[in-house]
Every structure is written in C-alpha cells, then in structure tokens.
Write a protein that binds this ligand. Structure first.
Ligand code: ATP
Ligand code: MG
Length: 464
C-alpha cells in the first residue's frame, strides 16, 4: 500500500525564554566546549544543541485546525537541554555547590553523584562543594569538598549524603554566603518550596548582577511538580507502594472481615496512590486529595466497604495523605500549626480512617469480628535508593543541568518534557503543580478496576 501523508503546518509556538548571564553582565567571555577534546565524546554534527532547538510541551494537535483560533497563546515550547558549542565558564574557574532541601526522595544521592562526576569528567571542574543541611547550610555550616572518588558509590544509598532540612531560608544570608565563598554555580535539588526559594535566590543574584548560574533539579516523590513528565524517584516509589499494597492484601485476606488500609505520600496530589492502585489491581478503593469522599449514607465509603466485606470477606483501601483532610477534626492549635518551612501540618488520615472504620463497625455490627490492618510505608518508600530507571533519569537530569549552567543559563530547572530533556524557567516550575485529572482515562480506569463509588456524584447532586 502506498504511504499516504498529509502535510500540515504547525501552530504558532510560544518559546519559554531562559535567562542568560550575559543578559545582565556585558562582555562575558566565551570559551570552546572542552567536550571537543574529551576522550569519550566525538562531537558529531548536531551533537551541540543550539538555542533554536526546542521541545514542544503539548505534542497533541488536531490537524483539522488550519489556523490558530483567536487569542490562541500558541503551543508552549522549551529550550532543549544538552551541551552547547560555546560555554561561558572557564572550567578551572568554576566553584560549584550542590544543596538538597525538603523531604527525602529516591535518587537524591544519584543526582548529587552525577553532578559531581559530570562536572569532573565532562568539563574538568575540580572545585565542587556540598552544602549540608539544606538552605541553612549556606550560612551556618562548613561545606564538604566533593570529588569523583568520594561520591563513587552514593547512588547505591537512599536519602541524601548532604543531609536536608526544612526552614532556615534567609535570602540575604544565603546570597552573602554564596558570594563570600566565591561560588559561581549553584545546583539546587528540592521540591516546590525549594523551587520557590530558588526563584528568590536567582532574583537576588540577578539584582546584584553576579556572575553566578543557578540551576534547579525538581525533587518530589509525589510527582506533584508541573510541566515536566515526572519527577525522579516517582517510579521507585510506585514500585515500593505496590509492595505495601500486596502486604495489605495478604493481611486483609488472612483476617475475618478485615480491611487492609494503606496510606501513601501525596499531600496535594494522589499520583502514587493512583499508579500503585492501577499497578497492583488488589485495591478495592483509592482515595486521593483531588476527589473528595464521604463516609456515611448512600454511595458513601462505609456502604461500599460493607458490600465488599460481604462479598469477599476482606477489602483493601488505599489513601493518599492529603485526602479527607477537611473531614478530620482539628483542635484550634492544630489549625494553626505549620512545619519549619511554613507548610500546614497534615493530620494522619490513616489513623483517623482506622478509628472511624472501627467505630462504624462496632455501631452497625456489634457482634461481628472486624479488623483494620493499617500500613504506613511512607519512610520506607522515601528512603530507598532509586531503581534502575530512576537512576538513569537522575544521571540525565544532572548532566542536563551541568550543560545548562556551563552554557551560562541561569534560573532554570532541567527536566524531561515528552521524553526529551529541557530547560524550564524556574518561576514556571515553582508556580505550576501536577494534579491528578479526575476526568481523564487513568482515573476512569481506577474507578473501573475498583468499581468504587463515584463520590463526586453526591456532591454534584447536592449542588444541582
Ligand atoms: P517536599 O515538600 O517535597 O519535601 P519542599 O522543597 O517543598 O520539598 P519545603 O520544606 O517546603 O520542602 O521547603 C524546602 C526549603 O525551601 C526550606 O528551606 C524552606 O524554608 C524553603 N522555602 C519553602 N517555601 C519557600 C518560599 N515560598 N520562599 C522561599 N523559600 C521557601
Ligand atoms: Mg513541598
């Protein structure tokens, strides 16, 4: 059969511009990329990425749309990550620092390792420092000098060898310390809060017109960072989460009228709960922050579980930590409570659900056996080393960040978009979040494999 093709024209493209050090520091000298002479690389035509190489954010397009509709902002595009032919740092003059902030996530040590080894091997940088204890470490602790040998096996360990913390963000103290130590490349690994801090550091460095590149690598085990495909550590987390569901299932099956209740991380988003539910297929009901639920009455959780227990003698209930937070009674003090970074403190939805389930059963079935086996694998999941896929991701994302900083870009984050690595202005990443879309196929499939109630129906009927 003849190959039939139709030619279509692309919609308008809106390129997300990056800040370059030369935008505010005139006459910055350029240098040839040392990869030209690296014994392992043979730069071929197209090896170096040019500023016109872009990655489209939305790869779906309706070809029947011939011209962009009025007010169409255009398809978003981002600069492609990778080595540039000319760089803006003389490698022997680079003094780089790496910092990790926020909670743990599988792969943090791999990212640190690959930043060190990448700077060392790709560009010949020798002055690389680890900032301990998160942001506060810039001004309150000695740096650790990092070298290729020291970090050699770090990817095999969970956690962060640099230690992490929350809070301690004092902008001027941090930027003063960066200046005092003569640092000129800062690599920041952290979650949404860390990225908001990075925006401030980047703006202050720009305001002071300093020749310092700031690069971010988003870390969030919950996969709640927007724009990028997924964050490192997420696949490892889902694998571990699946194991926790299996344990919950075994416990539930082995008891009488037993519910295996498994709680996963996910304050704002239920991605881990959703993916692990779909992967395991042992789950009877999956509760996530994006989809409010209720306990009592028609179509409620209790009624559903009652049917499942009658049918199967057991049930597995998965809940993301941010689900049901509005339903848990809080003391006035708990309402005001914040962690060191200023985030609201979440109450343990698993402990609350367990207690509510027990109260319900004792009330409605006073003479029947009933057990809830509650599994909270949070720290077990966060603390493991990255699996093979995440380890490779960490390597590529770290090397992308290095190429970007060496090329003089600043205030950017590196991450995958549609499977390709891109540089994204940090403000965009700090602003957006990746929520579960409860109207899409994945969530519909969760409902299909669990046959759980459509809790939203009651809410929509109540508001209609
Ligand atoms: P995760 O929530 O995934 O564990 P995170 O980066 O969001 O990671 P946080 O504890 O919220 O973790 O923040 C990490 C660091 O960023 C802390 O040092 C905190 O002080 C700082 N930070 C958080 N929010 C801001 C903000 N709006 N402006 C400046 N700094 C911030
Ligand atoms: Mg956070």
């Amino acid at each position: 059969m003849e190959n039939q093709e139709t030619t279509i024209s692309l919609p308008s493209i809106k390129l997300q511009n990056l800040t370059h050090l030369s935008d505010y520091i005139p006459h910055l000298p350029k240098h040839p990329n040392p990869l030209d002479h690296n014994q392992y690389f043979r730069p071929f035509s197209g090896f170096y990425i040019t500023p016109t190489d872009v990655i489209l954010h939305n790869v779906l397009h309706d070809v029947s749309i011939k011209s962009p509709p009025p007010n169409d902002g255009g398809h978003l595009a981002y600069h492609r990550a990778g080595p540039r032919k000319e760089i803006f740092f003389e490698p022997t003059e680079v003094r780089a620092a790496v910092v990790t902030c926020g909670g743990l996530c599988p792969g943090m040590n791999t990212v640190i390792r690959e930043l060190v080894v990448g700077l060392w091997d790709l560009y010949g940088v020798r002055e690389i420092y680890g900032v301990k204890m998160g942001y506060r470490g810039f001004y309150s602790s000695d740096f650790v000098q990092l070298d290729k040998k020291l970090v050699h096996t770090w990817h095999k360990s969970g956690g962060t060898m640099l230690e992490t913390s929350r809070g301690g963000f004092h902008l001027n103290k941090i930027v003063d310390a960066i200046q005092d130590h003569g640092l000129n490349q800062i690599y920041i690994i952290g979650g949404d809060g860390t990225m908001r801090g990075m925006v401030e550091i980047f703006n202050e460095i720009k305001r002071r017109k300093l020749n310092i590149a700031v690069a971010g690598i988003p870390k969030t085990v919950d996969n709640d960072v927007g724009i990028i495909d997924r964050s490192f550590g997420f696949q490892t987390a889902v694998e571990m989460a699946q194991q926790a569901i299996s344990a919950g299932h075994v416990e539930a099956e082995s008891g009488v009228n037993c519910i295996g209740l498994v709680k996963f991380m996910g304050r704002r988003t239920g991605h881990i709960a959703l993916y692990a539910t779909l992967a395991s297929r042992d789950v009877d009901c999956c509760l996530i922050p994006e989809n409010d639920f209720y306990l009592e009455g028609k179509g409620g959780l209790f009624e559903f579980l009652e049917h499942r227990l009658k049918e199967n003698g057991h049930a597995v209930l998965v809940v993301a930590e941010g689900a049901g937070q509005d339903m848990i009674p809080r003391t006035e003090q708990q309402q005001q409570e914040r962690d060191e970074s200023g985030n609201p403190v979440f109450l343990d939805v698993g402990v609350w659900l367990k207690s509510e389930l027990k109260k319900w059963w004792a009330r409605d079935h006073p003479n029947e056996l009933f057990t809830v086996k509650y599994i909270d694998p949070t720290y077990m999941i966060r603390a493991v080393p990255a699996n093979a896929t995440d380890n490779l991701y960490c390597t590529l994302v770290a090397h992308s960040a290095i190429h970007g900083a060496m090329a003089g870009y600043t205030g950017f984050v590196s991450g995958p978009i549609n499977g390709n690595y891109a540089y994204i202005p940090v403000e965009g990443v700090a602003r957006t979040k990746n929520e579960v879309n409860t109207n899409d196929h994945k969530w519909a499939w969760v409902r299909s494999v669990t046959d759980q109630p459509d809790f939203m129906r009651r809410y929509s009927t109540a508001t209609n």
